[in-house]
Ligand binder design. Structure first.
Ligand SMILES: Cc1ncc(COP(=O)(O)O)c(C=O)c1O
Length: 415
C-alpha cells in the first residue's frame, strides 16, 4: 500500500481544476437540469474563506454525481471534472487499501455503510435470479449475530431469508457447528444460493470475522455463494494497523466491500463507499433512467459530488504514511486503555488491530457508563456489554478521567 500526500496548495489547485472541468451553473449555459448551485443568500459564493476551502467550494457548486462513473460509460459531461476525482478515489481505495489488481473494481460514493450493504445484497440477489433463475426465497443471507442491522434491513427490503449465526462468547467468531446446522436447515427449506456477509469489523465488538472457516464449510457443502465484506467500521483503520490483513480483494472469494469514510476518516456524513468486482454493477442497471447519461445503478440516485471530493481530499492530505501513523496512534491509546483495564481486573473484548473496547456490563457501574456516554449492546433489553471507541477526540486525558472513576468505584466496592 502506498500513495503520496500532496500539499494543501496542490489539493486546492486540483479541486479548482476539477470544478473548472465541470460546467458551472453561474458561468455556462446549463438550462436543462432541475438543479443549480446552492441558494446564494444562504451560501454566499463570494465569502473570502472559500478560496482556501475546496470542499465547501464544491458543496456550493453542487455537482450531482448520479450514476456510477467507473463503468467506462459516458456519465453526464456536466460534472466530468469531479467525477474523475471520484473514479480516482474508487481506484485508490480498491487498489491501494484493499489490494485489488488495477482497473478491476467498480464502485461509487454511497450515503453510508447501510446503502453500500443494501447495494451489495441487491446486486447478488439479481445475479442469482438472472444467472440461476432463483426465486428470492431460495437465496439465503448468512451473517453473524454481531452483524450490523443494515443487513436485516436489506433482507427485509429484498425479501431474502436471513440466516443468523451465533458467535462464541470468547472470540466472537462464527460458531462453525451453528453454521453447519443453518446450512442443513436452509437446504431442507429449499434455499440453494447464499449471500455471505463477513465483518471487518463488527459495530459493537470490533471483532473481525475469519473468512477461511466459513468459506471451507460452504465449499464442503458445494454451495453457490457470493461473499461481501462489511468494512464500514474497519475499512479505514484495519488495513493500516494490520499490514498482514488478507481481508481484501487479494482473497479471490471476496467480491465486494463496504467502507465508511464518515467513521474513521472523519469526513462529513453521507460518505460511504461501495466497491465491487467488475461485471456485477450491471445486475442493478435501471434502464428506465433514460434521462441520466450512462444510466443509474445506485440505490440513492442523485448524490453530491462534494462527498467524493472530501474523501479524496482526506486521503491525499495524509498520504498512506500519514494515515497509517494516525491510525497507529489510536491503537496505542487503545492499548493503554486495555492495559489499565487489565490491571483493574475488568473483563473486556478487543481485537488488537482495532480501537474498540467492549466491557462486560457487570464489570462497570451504569452511572460510569452513562457519565462517559458508553454505548450499550441493547437499550431495549438489559445491557450485557458497554463499548468504548477510541476516536480522535478520545485522548489520554479523557481516558484517564474514565479510569480514575473506575478505580474509585472499585475501591468503594472493596471497602
Ligand atoms: C459494521 C457496520 N456496518 C454498517 C454500518 C452502517 O453504516 P451507516 O450508519 O453509515 O449507514 C455500521 C454503522 O455503525 C457498521 O458499524
Amino acid at each position: 500500500m502506498h500513495w503520496n500526500a500532496i500539499t494543501r496548495k496542490e489539493l486546492n489547485q486540483r479541486i479548482d481544476h476539477a470544478l473548472g472541468e465541470n460546467a458551472s451553473y453561474s458561468k455556462a449555459e446549463v438550462i436543462g437540469t432541475p438543479a443549480t448551485y446552492l441558494d446564494q443568500k444562504e451560501f454566499y459564493p463570494d465569502a473570502s474563506f472559500l478560496k482556501h476551502a475546496p470542499f465547501l467550494r464544491t458543496l456550493i457548486a453542487n455537482p450531482n454525481h448520479i450514476g456510477c462513473h467507473t463503468l467506462g460509460k459516458n456519465s453526464s459531461p456536466i460534472f466530468k471534472g469531479t467525477q474523475a476525482i471520484e473514479k480516482e478515489l474508487i481506484s485508490l481505495c480498491a487498489e491501494e487499501i484493499f489490494a485489488a489488481p488495477k482497473n478491476q473494481i467498480d464502485g461509487y460514493v454511497a450515503t453510508g455503510g447501510t446503502e453500500a450493504n443494501i447495494e451489495a445484497l441487491w446486486i447478488y440477489r439479481n445475479y442469482f435470479i438472472k444467472e440461476y433463475r432463483a426465486k428470492p426465497n431460495q437465496i439465503g443471507v448468512l451473517f453473524s449475530e454481531d452483524t450490523h442491522y443494515s443487513i436485516t434491513k436489506a433482507c427485509d427490503l429484498l425479501l431474502l431469508p436471513p440466516l443468523q449465526l451465533t458467535v462464541s462468547g470468547e472470540d466472537r467468531q462464527i460458531d462453525r457447528s451453528h453454521l453447519q446446522e443453518q446450512l442443513e436447515k436452509a437446504k431442507s427449506e429449499g434455499i440453494k444460493y447464499f449471500i455471505v456477509i463477513l465483518n471487518l469489523s463488527t459495530t459493537m465488538f470490533g471483532s473481525v470475522d475469519e473468512i477461511d472457516p466459513v468459506v471451507q464449510l460452504l465449499d464442503q457443502h458445494k454451495l453457490v455463494f457470493k461473499l461481501h465484506l462489511d468494512a464500514a467500521f474497519g475499512g479505514f483503520i484495519y488495513p493500516f494497523t494490520n499490514p498482514n490483513s488478507t481481508h481484501n480483494f487479494s482473497n479471490k472469494r471476496i467480491s465486494s466491500i463496504s467502507i465508511d469514510a464518515h467513521k474513521m476518516l472523519q469526513t462529513p456524513y453521507g460518505t460511504g463507499i461501495f466497491l465491487i468486482k467488475k461485471g456485477y454493477m450491471q445486475y442493478v442497471t435501471n434502464t428506465n433512467a433514460q434521462y441520466v447519461p450512462g444510466l443509474d445503478y445506485t440505490l440513492c440516485g442523485s448524490r453530491s459530488g462534494a462527498n467524493a471530493v472530501v474523501i479524496w481530499m482526506l486521503l491525499m492530505n495524509y498520504g498512506s504514511e500519514g494515515w497509517t501513523k494516525k491510525m497507529q496512534e489510536l491503537i496505542e491509546r487503545t492499548d493503554y486503555l486495555c492495559q489499565q483495564l487489565t490491571e483493574l481486573g475488568i473483563e473486556f473484548y478487543r481485537n488488537p488491530s482495532l480501537n474498540i473496547v467492549t466491557i462486560k456490563a457487570n464489570q462497570i457501574s451504569s452511572e460510569i457508563a452513562a457519565k462517559f456516554e458508553l454505548v450499550a449492546d441493547s437499550y431495549e433489553k438489559h445491557p450485557f456489554w458497554w463499548k468504548i471507541v477510541v476516536m480522535d477526540h478520545v485522548n489520554y486525558s479523557v481516558l484517564d478521567k474514565f479510569l480514575k472513576k473506575l478505580k474509585e468505584s472499585t475501591a468503594e466496592e472493596i471497602n
